[in-house]
Design a protein around this ligand. Sequence first.
Ligand SMILES: Cc1cc2nc3c(=O)[nH]c(=O)nc-3n(C[C@H](O)[C@H](O)[C@H](O)COP(=O)(O)OP(=O)(O)OC[C@H]3O[C@@H](n4cnc5c(N)ncnc54)[C@H](O)[C@@H]3O)c2cc1C
Length: 468
Amino acid sequence: MTNLNVELIESNMSFSVSKNFGEFEWAGTNLRTVFSQTSNLFNLKFFMMLKDIMKFHSQAIEVSNYNDKLKFENNGNDSDERFVKMSVKEFLHANNYSEAFYEDYLLPMTASIWSTPAGALKDFPLLTLVKFMRNHQLLQIGNRPKWKTVNNGSQSYIDAILKTIRNVKINLSTSVYSIKRRKVIGEPVVLLKTKKEVLEFDHVIFAVHTDQALKILKEENDCSELEFEILNSIQYIKNKCTLHRDPRLMPKRKNCWASWNYLTERVSSGKKSDTSLCLTYWMNKLQKFIDKETYGDVFVTLNPLTQPKSELILGEWEYSHPLYNEKTVEAQEKLNSIQNNNFASFTGAWTNYGFHEDGLTSGLLAAVSLGAECPFEIALNGGYPTNRKVYPVPDWSRISFDTKIKEQGNAVSSFRINIHFNFKSYHGSTKNIQNREFHLQKSIVELEKPKAHLISMKKSRKPLQRDK
Ligand SMILES: Cc1cc2nc3c(=O)[nH]c(=O)nc-3n(C[C@H](O)[C@H](O)[C@H](O)COP(=O)(O)OP(=O)(O)OC[C@H]3O[C@@H](n4cnc5c(N)ncnc54)[C@H](O)[C@@H]3O)c2cc1C
């Protein structure tokens, strides 16, 4: 954001749990809100939960560090199978955690972070959870990180990025229908079909969910076995998302209102609403620029337990979130094997923990792996070891062309081309062993293959055939 001159402002990441419309409530904002329901002062189960939170914090750090040590300090070959295959539930059972800890703390927290219904969390991988919590400093009571948000929302950085992009045609709201990659030399490298046109590219970066990528690839039957195996392993959960002003979807006690509010009808006996997650984001607290005086209280609820009053609804959408289980982790571990292999790379939040930063990092890695230079160091995993890395430059792209178009009037007259031999890069710092600059006429781009790998730059704009 600093590079883009986009302003960040303080956010707030407080969290609350509200069961059965106020029957049981607590919020982690401070000690007063932890006991905002005074009866919790006399609730033994509640104290067991608090004790187990402390125990979990230290065990989770221990397990994360232990696993990293095994995995990354011995050429990445070692692992302790006990933890690699273990689900969160199995770990809690083996270590005698209380039911209250799971039901009233860990489950609400995990379900909210990953927008996943309680029922689907039984197989949640232990290491994914504990490492995420460690990396985001969620395993400490004090000294929590100061979270920031983008002033005026994501549109601010979208606008800033768009300002830096010139001479590139961007097709917005254009669904990609199919992709066909070259099988035989002489064929177009990547043919991309939309409803309106067929375009030719040198490489394709998928920045969609895996099921969407598969759908695009299957249209032309252009999916390798390994690509199918990896992409097909990631499952998704649909969540209904409502923007509204109805405070009935917040905790009953106002002093329990937090930025993230997990609402449930679960009770220790009787009805269990395992089927969906209900979470209300209090937007005024998360994003201060949505000020209360101007806008009133604004909420976003995923899967409302009760439908907000219709006159208080501002909008409704449906989103899909990746589901985390053993298969997801296995697919992520294999992902590098299909990157840049067949004129394609695969990016998105699903490649890691499922958040914005994961989507961004995967996009940066794809770009750097094709020769782009990143103006800042890419933070791969919050400073913790990871197998996410810049993947090998594709064979066809041993010579890379970093083309900057100089405009003269409307005509593209010359390109500045950097030729990188033995290209190697790590952590966003591209090392060009030999780097020469040429100012060449447009015709130079007609050089023989291997050709330019201009990620976002179209090689040919001529429509080849129209969709029926
Ligand atoms: C309510 C809510 C709150 C969230 N809060 C946070 C948060 O606080 N912090 C955080 O880090 N993350 C949060 N997330 C998660 C975050 O939004 C996602 O991790 C992120 O948007 C995923 O990015 P992505 O690029 O992988 O996928 P997406 O954002 O889903 O982008 C994929 C894009 O591909 C497009 N597409 C699909 N098929 C095609 C096709 N055939 N042709 C062309 N385009 C296609 C889709 O329209 C979509 O725009 C939240 C999500 C939700 C729903």
